[in-house]
Design a protein around this ligand. Structure first.
Ligand code: 1HN
Length: 339
């Protein structure tokens, strides 16, 4: 074998020299394709409502406008590992029942009184509510209210597909059979109590399907009286699975945070790219060298290891989600506060 044809010869055998790619493979700091971006509610709301006259929820199966990271167009992802979209369900519509191995979260942004049914239990959705659809649970949505409802969907689709572990099936009926009363999972598992024979750690996803905003807001409002604010995050809580103390969804961390009026946060970075949804208030977040002004309904994405800094005009509430649980389990999660 002639030495001068070395590269061609190995290439024909599907071999490649590590020394040419090593520095791109193993980088001193995270190398992400996720770009910071904001979607303003004043823009998204009308287009999502318009989608209602393009296709029905039933025809679409799920009528969603995907929030695509501007640096990864056509890949249905908002970060390297996560999917996000805005879903519309109009009065009288049903989004038919199906299940898949991808886990989903819903964060209610607009409307009041539509429902989602998960694993035999119906949950009425109200603004600010956080609802989970664990992996492989049957789920369908409906709207028996008089107004359109829009929510933010977060799914671990890129992650699951990365592992080639996607399975999905349709029930073949529009709505699943209900087996428990509305509110059952919250009463049974989400009241600081557990059924006496409940086996801890048996299920990875939370047995609580719905975390109503009413309760979350009450917790934040009570806690803020202590006037103890984290320098970077204000008052940031994570949604947990009450039967194992872990995250509510095994693949996605979910948070709600309160930032006081005139907050000027310290910079923070972490390896989990994070999607923020503005629940109340207004302010701005600088992400590396860019400043994003936000108010209610806006959604912005912070790339992995980007330096963020929150500033508020008025008291504000932010919902957020990321792939942090997976990174924690694998020993990869890193964070740094600049205080
Ligand atoms: C899905 O099942 C829902 O159930 C929403 O509402 C968005 C995006 C991709 C795949 C499945 C839902 C989805 C989805």
């Amino acid at each position: 074998m002639k030495k001068n044809n070395f590269y061609e010869n190995i290439s024909k055998l599907n071999m490649a020299p590590l020394w040419e790619v090593l520095s791109n493979l193993v980088t001193p700091e995270p190398n992400t394709r996720t770009k910071s971006h904001i979607w303003y509610w004043k823009d998204t709301k009308n287009h999502v409502l318009d989608s209602g006259s393009i296709i029905s929820a039933e025809q679409a199966e799920r009528r969603v406008l995907i929030l695509e990271n501007p640096n990864m167009r056509g890949e249905s992802r908002i970060t390297d590992t996560l999917y996000a979209g805005l879903q519309l369900i109009l009065p009288g519509e049903i989004a038919p029942s199906h299940r898949h191995t991808q886990s989903a979260l819903r964060f209610v942004m607009h409307g009041d009184g539509a429902y989602t049914a998960v694993d035999g239990e119906k949950t009425i959705m109200r603004p600010g509510d956080f609802i989970i659809t664990p992996s492989w649970t049957w789920h369908d949505h409906g709207n028996q209210s008089k107004e359109p409802m829009i929510w933010l969907d977060g799914l671990d689709i890129p992650m699951v597909n990365h592992f080639s572990s996607s399975f999905a099936e349709k029930l073949g009926e529009s709505a699943q059979e209900l087996k428990r009363l509305e509110g059952d999972s919250l009463a049974r598992y989400g009241s600081g109590l557990l059924p006496v024979d409940h086996r801890l750690f048996e299920n990875r996803a939370s047995p609580v399907f719905s975390y109503p905003y009413e309760r979350t807001k009450e917790a934040l409002d009570k806690m803020k009286r202590a006037d103890e604010w984290d320098k970077c995050h204000g008052l940031r809580l994570k949604y947990v699975n009450p039967s194992n103390g872990g995250h509510a969804i095994p693949t996605m961390a979910t948070f709600m945070q309160l930032l006081p009026k005139s907050f000027s946060g310290s910079p923070y970075r972490s390896t989990d790219g994070t999607i923020y949804s503005v629940v109340e208030g207004s302010g701005e977040t600088s992400i590396d060298d860019k400043v994003f002004h936000w108010s209610k309904g806006d959604i912005f994405v912070v790339p992995p290891w980007a330096k963020l800094k929150h500033t508020t005009k008025e008291e504000s509430v932010l919902f957020s989600f990321s792939d942090r649980p997976v990174q924690e389990l694998l020993g990869l999660f890193r964070e740094k506060s600049y205080t």
